[in-house]
Design a protein around this ligand. Structure first.
Ligand SMILES: Nc1nc2c(ncn2[C@@H]2O[C@H](COP(=O)(O)OP(=O)(O)OP(=O)(O)O)[C@@H](O)[C@H]2O)c(=O)[nH]1
Ligand SMILES: [Mg+2]
Length: 363
């Protein structure tokens, strides 16, 4: 299942500082020479690929981005300070378009790509630069250049990072609605979910991932029982499966058996899914009764060396731990890196984790 995340943002590079008009004033030197310094260069707006981001959610809250302007030049030939750059981070797979013309600017295919999307204005020259043998007291200065402005459309095709699998009615959709803004249908009967749905989970300002909720599976699903296994193709490309198990009194009497049945259904799909990284999520802990099922599920996860999370979508217990845990595991797994594409825009060599670029580091 491919789902598109799209945002419009504006980027404005810093304007250059103006050149300064000044003359030296020294004691006993009646007419000092020109001494106006140059303005500083405006900061650039850069966009770089990021491993941490899997969605464009962080731009929704924050669509306008500016880099700092250059400071004006000053007397005594002092150059204005250069404006600081602003660096925006996007997931690999993000395509950048000029919003108004529809022109495609760049396709981020890897996390180590970085590009200058809006160039800062150059600093204007101060009058000291215009002195010549015939004009020793120039009054000419240059204003700073304007920083570039763009309205950009960022488009990302989302592939789910985590697939929720489990029997019908165990609370998969309830979990999705707890951890994301998605509002899948939730009801107290099996096969409420008939269509897969995706939700974007915000881990922090800087991190997010995508979860897919699919219809429940039952024994014999690969033979067409229940809704069958065709929905499994929607989670074929996820990096992680979360196996949701109901630990309430209404959950199955034998979690071990239930777990095995589900694993067999996953294994029987065209592309076997049973080998994917998996975590076990106990659901409905608020109605876990004497806790026997909860302990049994925790133990079966431990025996299989699978990370275990106990959650209640009803009370929110364990939900934050689940979000952090899934994010951590996804970070460990990493993202596959697709191919690079050519661009005319200035690309900047970049080591992941390096501090935002300054003038001089580029070129
Ligand atoms: N008490 C309690 N009930 C829950 C919890 N999570 C889900 N439920 C209830 O369990 C029922 C099934 O929830 P769903 O989220 O629709 O389950 P599902 O796994 O998506 O079900 P299908 O889409 O049919 O496979 C609903 O009545 C929910 O209100 C929970 O944490 N505590
Ligand atoms: Mg559901």
């Amino acid at each position: 299942m491919v789902f598109v995340d799209e945002v419009i943002i504006t980027v404005k590079a810093g304007d250059g500082g103006n050149g300064c008009l000044a003359f030296r004033r020294e004691k006993f030197v009646p007419r000092g020479g020109p001494s106006g310094g140059d303005g500083g260069k405006g900061g650039d707006v850069l966009i770089e690929g990021s491993q941490q981001h899997n969605t464009l959610l962080h731009f929704r809250f924050n669509p306008e981005h500016k880099a700092q302007r250059g400071a004006h030049g000053e007397g005594s030939n002092r150059k204005g300070r250069d404006g600081a750059d602003t660096v925006l981070r996007v997931p690999a797979g993000c395509v950048i378009w000029e919003a108004d013309t529809g022109e495609k600017l760049f396709d981020f295919t890897r996390a180590d790509q970085r590009l200058v999307i809006a160039k800062g204005g150059r600093g204007g020259r101060g009058n000291a630069r215009f002195a010549t043998s015939t004009n020793q007291a120039p009054r000419r200065i240059e204003p700073g250049g304007e920083g570039e402005f763009h309205r950009l459309r960022l488009v990302l095709k989302l592939l789910a990072d985590v697939g929720l699998v489990g029997f019908p009615n165990v609370g998969k959709s309830s979990l999705l609605s707890r951890i994301s803004a998605a509002r899948p249908k939730i009801a107290d009967y099996p096969f409420t979910t008939l269509e897969p749905s995706l939700g974007m989970v915000r881990v922090s300002e800087e991190e997010s991932f995508v979860v897919a909720d699919i219809p429940g599976l039952i024994e014999g699903a690969h033979l067409g029982h229940g809704l069958g296994t065709r929905f499994l193709r929607h989670i074929e490309r996820t990096r992680l499966l979360a196996h949701v198990m109901d630990v309430s009194e209404r959950g199955g009497p034998d979690p071990e058996h239930d777990f095995e049945v589900l694993m067999e259904e996953l294994a029987s799909f065209e592309t076997p899914l049973a080998g994917k990284p998996m975590v076990v999520v106990a659901s409905k802990t608020d109605v876990a009764g004497d806790g026997a099922r909860l302990r049994a599920v925790e133990e079966l996860a431990a025996r299989r060396k699978l990370r275990f999370f106990a959650t209640s979508a009803a009370t929110g217990a364990g939900i934050q731990e689940l979000i952090w845990g899934l994010a951590e595991i996804l970070r460990e797994i990493g993202r596959p890196e697709p191919e690079i594409e050519d661009t005319d825009l200035p690309l900047v060599a970049f080591k992941p984790g390096q501090a935002p670029g300054r003038e001089g580091e580029r070129e």
